[in-house]
Design a binder for this molecule. Sequence first.
Ligand code: FAD
Length: 349
Amino acid sequence: MPNPLVSDRNVEFLLYELLRAEELTALPYFADHGRETFDLVLASARKLAREQMFPAFKPMDEEPPRLVNGQLRIHPAMHEIWPKMFELGLGNATRPVELGGQQLPRTVAVLAAHYCMAANGAAMGYLGLTQGAAHLLEAFGDEFLRREFMTRMYAGEWAGTMALTEPHAGSSLADVRTRARPAGDEWRIDGNKVFISGGDQDLTSNIVHLTLARIEGAPAGIKGVSLFAIPKKRPDGTDNDCTCAGVFHKMGWRGLPSIALNFGERGECRGWLVGEPNRGISYMFQMMNEARLMVGLNAVSTASAAYFESVEYARTRPQGRPLNARDPNAPQVPIVEHADVRRMLLKQK
Ligand SMILES: Cc1cc2nc3c(=O)[nH]c(=O)nc-3n(C[C@H](O)[C@H](O)[C@H](O)COP(=O)(O)OP(=O)(O)OC[C@H]3O[C@@H](n4cnc5c(N)ncnc54)[C@H](O)[C@@H]3O)c2cc1C
């Protein structure tokens, strides 16, 4: 039997019996929704997860992105999955209608994402990063950033990343050294980032890196860190001097590259300030917290898919005989019939 990834009954129980999601439709923001629209979203996500994302999981993991002439090439399956995710509106389902969203309760969106994450965490990584980066611009960006960058990201035309970590600044972001100097309405950026997930790909026509950097002359420490939107290509389509310097080897989520990213090797990298100078870390915490929730959901989703793999194996693997079977010629039984295997499955569940 194909892996269902997630129990439909559990989702129904959580959503309607435990969390009573239908009551949310009494709130004006969700007034156009009802159980029919919630079920429709879940059914579409479930179908995409089971029929397209899960079959692509193994091939994407076995053939991780490759750096070809300075450009990362990602698995063809991801090129098919990406537009489907946006056709279903997974990119901005919770956002207001005027931003192209569906005003869907997050509770429902999270359970739809649960299916997709159980199917293919790497594929969902591209989506989650893009959503989080666009949401940062929605919350703190000016009119230009919202119009030129955010709308394209919510539509899936462009993707987004979070670019915080530097070789000497991982947990301690107060030590970020990437530098920003004024250049008219824009900023000239130079610096090196590492471990940037989805930091390069050939999936979308542009990638916007939401980047922590230090304006020249800013105070030392975390209170001197600002947030910039740095696109791979400038709004006029010209190259913005963001270079993929290498791809890190990973043990899992191999379909989503984590890369070393250099800004301004030729002195030609431009960034756009998000919000006020020196307030970057407080803005960035919105995306970091969303990423933390996504990582947690991913762990639950992976555990769910793994449980169903175990059940299927236990049902189909014949081994040994019941304790009370004395006949050595009796047929073997599936291991699910052994009490200790059942105990382990129950624990996993
Ligand atoms: C798969 C993957 C994807 C990633 N994607 C991104 C991304 O998209 N964007 C991005 O910006 N970064 C990304 N990162 C980087 C990630 O954010 C950093 O790895 C993380 O911040 C930790 O930094 P570090 O690896 O330099 O470890 P370090 O900061 O060197 O920490 C090493 C160890 O010391 C501990 N430690 C450090 N400081 C303290 C302290 N003050 N008190 C107690 N313990 C401490 C840490 O908990 C850790 O166990 C990614 C990393 C991985 C592995």
